[in-house]
Every structure is written in structure tokens, then in C-alpha cells.
Design a protein around this ligand. Structure first.
Ligand SMILES: Cc1ncc(COP(=O)(O)O)c(C=O)c1O
Length: 421
């Protein structure tokens, strides 16, 4: 088969494809495998009941069903939901938005792919890149570029905290490379669970504005929904920001649906590209979102159900891991120090083993053989100019799982670390 450059790029090796395939094959190989690898949200009964009830409302008569299944939406997506979301964000946060600032998307992944290629790649000014000012970042970004050499990234500052925790901080002294088309951060950050402070976000936006480039802020886990930000940090938007929201981590990844919020000129460009590539966005996500935004059920679900659920789980997860590592430490007299990134949002624990023998990929392979599926950190260090040992010493595990899975997973981690590699 003869493939174009595009064909070779998109059908070649990719960490996000490996990850998605791994999720399926690991379970086939070992149905007992403890799955703490993917970004699938947890099953939360109160959320499921709300979605089921809302879906039933949408299917109550022939016309409603036809509206859901039998029509294409226009390029920017359903006007009613765009108007309502704009109004609520205006009221809640004072952002000066209209429906023209919002486009529906087929999920955050597809939206980022389109946006990144709208902004970066080959241009009349040469090749321009998306810059990650704080790496590690979401591994799903790594392969979206239509051209190679698409990203640059900067190392974070590392602050050691009490109780075996640490935190990444933005290195404000790191220069933004010359050929940068946009800055990009996920907040909360996948994989680390870091939440950039309000100050850091404002600093990034000002730095981007000073360079005449936008800041892409991917709030797939953040505010206003699903709202998995555990401190009192605020949501952020400015006319220089491209804010990405998704329904996936609310509990609706099957709808493949989200929003992009930016100045109208950018929304126009995005929706034209999205129409060429996808023709239209799906109807189910926007229809559910419209129902859920009315009466602010979505915001209440985020604040009253999802955030407390995941925050409690984060505490349980840290305790389980620390207990298991402490026990293995005591019993073996071996010392594999581990720092856990303070879980500030999203639903991952990011573990750093500064004295790990071998790479985290090797450790994850051993964990998999022992029945625990987690993700090695290497692929999240996107765009760094030089090798960095820290990138070989981290792994990510999801705590969007049952407590028993957490305990069993932590025990396997403790046992495997106790055995010499
Ligand atoms: C930071 C981040 N952005 C975007 C996505 C894509 O999500 P979706 O395409 O389901 O909206 C993910 C998925 O895990 C993510 O972690």
C-alpha cells in the first residue's frame, strides 16, 4: 500500500493509539487485569441516573426523536445550546460572550487536532509550533500535527512538599521559542493532576498576548464542567484564550462532544475546518447539554456530585499507595522512594520514583505482568529539546475506579517494587 506523507503520519506509531489498543487487549489477555490506565470517567450512579432520565426526555415523542437523530446541525452547532452556555458564562464569570464565541465540537481530541493545525505547522513565516510551557502534558496531543516537529515544551519547576507529595510549577524564566504559534496547557493537567494557579494562567495569557499568539486552555477536566478542580482556583477566559470544554469527563465520553470558546474570528475558522473534515457535529451531546444546562443541572452535578466524589477518591488513592509502598519498604528493607504529585484536579495520580532502576516503561511492563495496567510517563514529556531523566521516572494511574481496585492495585505496585528488576 502506497501512502502519502499524511497517510504515513497518521497510520504510523503513536502512543495514543497504543494506549487505546492496550486498554482493549489487556483485558482480553487477562480479564482480571486491574484497569487504572485510561482516561475513562468513573461510574457514578447519581450521574448515570440524571443522564438516563434526560435521555428519556429527549426520546419522548416522534418529533423529539427526529430532532435528535434525523438532522444535521449547522457548522457551529446548535444555536440554542450555544446561546444558553454563553449567557450562563456571562452571568457566572462576567466573560463577554455571545453565541458567536462558541462552537460545538466532536470532543476535545478532535477540536484540539483541528485548532493545532489551524495555528501551527508550515506558514508564510516558516514552520511554527505549539509550545507547552509546562511539560508533562496530555499524551494525546503528541501526534496530531500534520507536519513533524510540531511541538516544543519547557520543563517545570519541582517543589517537594510534606507528606511525600510534590508539585510542578511554571518556570516563568523559560523563554517562549521564536517560532511559537500558540501556548497550550491542560488545566487540570493530564497526566499530573496539577492545577496551574490563577496567577500562572494569567501570566501565560499575558505572555502569549505580548507575542501576538493565543493561549489554548484545555479544561477537559476543569471548570465550569466537569469541575474536577479541588482548590478554589477559578475558571479562565479572555479574548486571547481558546478554551476547550468536553462532556467526556462529566461521564459522557460516548457522546464525543464538547465546546470551543474563543473570539468569533477563531470560531469561524474552526467551524469551517470542522465542517470540511466532519461535515457536522453529533446531535446527542448538544441535545443532552441543552437539557442539562437548563436549570443548571450540569453545573450542580459538577459541583455537588462529581467534584466531591473524585476528591474523596484522590485522598483514598494517596493513602492506599503510600500504605502499600510503606509496607513493601518495611518488609524488604529496599528503598524505592516515591513522591506523589499533589492531586489538585482531574482523576490521576502521578507517581515519581527518583531512584527507579530502569525506565518507567519497564516498571509498567512488570506491573502489567502482575495484573495492573497503568501508563508510563515517558510519552507525556512532549517537545523537550533535551533528554531529561525525570521523564523516565514517572507513571500515571487513574483513581476513577472502585476502592477495592485501588487497594489491590496499590498492593501490586508495592510488591513489584519490592522485587529487584
Ligand atoms: C487533557 C485532555 N484533553 C482532551 C481529551 C480528549 O477528550 P475527548 O475527546 O473525549 O473530549 C482528553 C482525554 O483524555 C484529555 O485528557
Amino acid at each position: 500500500m502506497k501512502l502519502s506523507r499524511y497517510g504515513q503520519r497518521y497510520s504510523g506509531q503513536s502512543d495514543i493509539i497504543d494506549l487505546m489498543q492496550d486498554l482493549g487487549s489487556a483485558l482480553r489477555d487477562n480479564p482480571q487485569m486491574l484497569m487504572m490506565a485510561g482516561g475513562t470517567p468513573a461510574r457514578i450512579p447519581a450521574a448515570e441516573q440524571l443522564f438516563q432520565h434526560t435521555l428519556q426526555l429527549l426520546l419522548q415523542d416522534d418529533d423529539a426523536t427526529f430532532r435528535l437523530l434525523g438532522r444535521y446541525q449547522g457548522p457551529k452547532g446548535d444555536l440554542a445550546v450555544r446561546k444558553l452556555l454563553a449567557m450562563q458564562l456571562r452571568e457566572d464569570h462576567g466573560w463577554p460572550l455571545t453565541a458567536d464565541h462558541i462552537a460545538l465540537t466532536n470532543g476535545g481530541q478532535s477540536a484540539f487536532g483541528i485548532l493545532a493545525n489551524l495555528l501551527a505547522g508550515d506558514s508564510s513565516e516558516g514552520r511554527r509550533r505549539i509550545h507547552f510551557p509546562l511539560v508533562p502534558e496530555y499524551l494525546g496531543y503528541a501526534d496530531v500535527g500534520l507536519t513533524a516537529d510540531f511541538f516544543s515544551g519547557a520543563k517545570p519547576l519541582i517543589q517537594l512538599l510534606p507528606d511525600g507529595l510534590f508539585k510542578y510549577g511554571l518556570d516563568r524564566s523559560a523563554a517562549i521559542p521564536d517560532a511559537t504559534a500558540a501556548l497550550c496547557v491542560s488545566r487540570p493537567t493530564n497526566p499530573s493532576g496539577n492545577v496551574l494557579t490563577d496567577d500562572e494562567v494569567a501570566f501565560l495569557d499575558q505572555s502569549a498576548r505580548a507575542r501576538g499568539i493565543p493561549l489554548i486552555l484545555d479544561a477537559a477536566y476543569g471548570l465550569p464542567f466537569p469541575g474536577l478542580q479541588y482548590d478554589d482556583s477559578k475558571p479562565y477566559w479572555s479574548d486571547n484564550t481558546i478554551l476547550l470544554l468536553s462532556l467526556s469527563k462529566v461521564g459522557l465520553p460516548g457522546t464525543r462532544s464538547g465546546f470551543v470558546i474563543a473570539k468569533p474570528e477563531l470560531i469561524e475558522a474552526f467551524s469551517r475546518a470542522n465542517t470540511i473534515l466532519n461535515l457536522a457535529v453529533g446531535n446527542l451531546g448538544p441535545a443532552l447539554a441543552l437539557q442539562l444546562l437548563q436549570g443548571r443541572q450540569l453545573q450542580r452535578l459538577a459541583h455537588d456530585v462529581l467534584r466531591p466524589w473524585y476528591q474523596a477518591k484522590a485522598t483514598t488513592a494517596v493513602a492506599a499507595i503510600q500504605h502499600a509502598l510503606q509496607s513493601s519498604h518495611n518488609s524488604s528493607h529496599s528503598n524505592v522512594p516515591c513522591h506523589i504529585h499533589r492531586p489538585e484536579g482531574a482523576f490521576f495520580l502521578w507517581l515519581w520514583f527518583p531512584e527507579l532502576a530502569g525506565s518507567s516503561a519497564q516498571l509498567c511492563h512488570r506491573l502489567r505482568q502482575a495484573g495492573l495496567l497503568v501508563i508510563p510517563g515517558e510519552a507525556s514529556f512532549i517537545g523537550l529539546a533535551e533528554p531529561w531523566q525525570h521523564s523516565q521516572q514517572c507513571l500515571r494511574l487513574s483513581y476513577a475506579v472502585a476502592d477495592t481496585t485501588l487497594e489491590q492495585g496499590a498492593a501490586i505496585l508495592g510488591q513489584v517494587l519490592q522485587q529487584s528488576p
